[in-house]
Design a protein around this ligand. Structure first.
Ligand code: Z5A
Length: 212
């Protein structure tokens, strides 16, 4: 039985450099969609609550060292452990707004020098986002925002490389958003795109696999 035309929730991903404003926008989008009566949840990766997530968290806080390939695969495993729940939520009509996903996985690891195709491989077959909102800001501007520099990847030079990697990952689901504007104006840019996406998925756009 192929229920591909059943209505479902949308898989919406927020991506961008550190301090681009993903967390702020994801909670705003959550309230916006809730107020309109949509079933919606906000998630984030890494999901630090799982066992794998705790290993990632300790690595990011510089409390443990891991080989670059190993941490890459842990980030990926952290998404795989949520895949079936993700699918059932979407199929039951819940829209998911996700703060970071496979694009982060590939952009950060390839910025360290790992081969991009190798980085993509373990992500293949995860659910493909319906919309990727890239909150575009330069590493310099992002660094001017609060709380920068406490975790492993929060260095300018590295963030430049991440920005380059992100550029090569753009695909049809990708939308660039000017993230240098005030929070309210960034949100305004997001609202219409997100609503269109939720409506399209509600009409039964089929779910697909990432990078297949
Ligand atoms: N990583 C990886 O390597 N591989 C993977 O597969 C995944 C992740 C999933 C942890 O991610 C690290 O893991 C991350 C990538 C890597 N490393 N880096 N860099 P995380 O998601 O846990 O942490 P984060 O990316 O650093 O998120 P964040 O610190 O929460 O930043 P944010 O969500 O983008 O921004 P924010 O919290 O909404 O805003 C930051 C500050 O700016 C805050 O003070 C806001 O009030 C302010 N802000 C927000 N928007 C604006 C605007 N428009 N104007 C002015 N000020 C603003």
């Amino acid at each position: 039985n192929n229920h591909s035309s059943d209505p479902r929730g949308a898989l919406i991903v927020l991506e961008g450099l550190d301090r681009c404003g993903k967390t702020s926008q994801s909670s705003r989008l959550l309230s916006y969609l809730e107020e309109l009566g949509h079933a919606v949840e906000s998630w984030r990766f890494p999901d630090r609550t799982t066992n794998v997530g705790q290993m990632i968290s300790s690595y990011l806080a510089n409390k443990s060292h891991l080989d670059d390939h190993t941490i890459h695969l842990l980030f990926s495993a952290n998404r795989w452990e949520k895949r079936s729940l993700m699918e059932s939520k979407l199929k039951s009509g819940t829209t998911l707004i996700i703060d970071r996903y496979s694009y982060s996985g590939v952009a950060f690891s390839s910025a360290k020098g790992l081969d991009m195709e190798w980085c993509k491989a373990p992500e293949i077959g995860l659910l493909a986002p319906d919309l990727v909102l890239y909150l575009d800001i330069s590493p310099e501007k992002a660094a001017e925002r609060g709380g920068y520099g406490e975790e492993r990847y929060e260095q300018l030079e590295f963030q430049e490389k991440v920005a380059e990697s992100y550029k090569t990952l753009r695909d049809a689901s990708w939308k660039n958003i000017d993230a240098t504007l005030p929070i309210e104006d960034v949100e305004k840019q997001l609202r219409e795109t997100v609503l269109n996406c939720v409506e399209t998925c509600g009409k039964g756009k089929p779910l697909s696999g990432l990078w297949l």
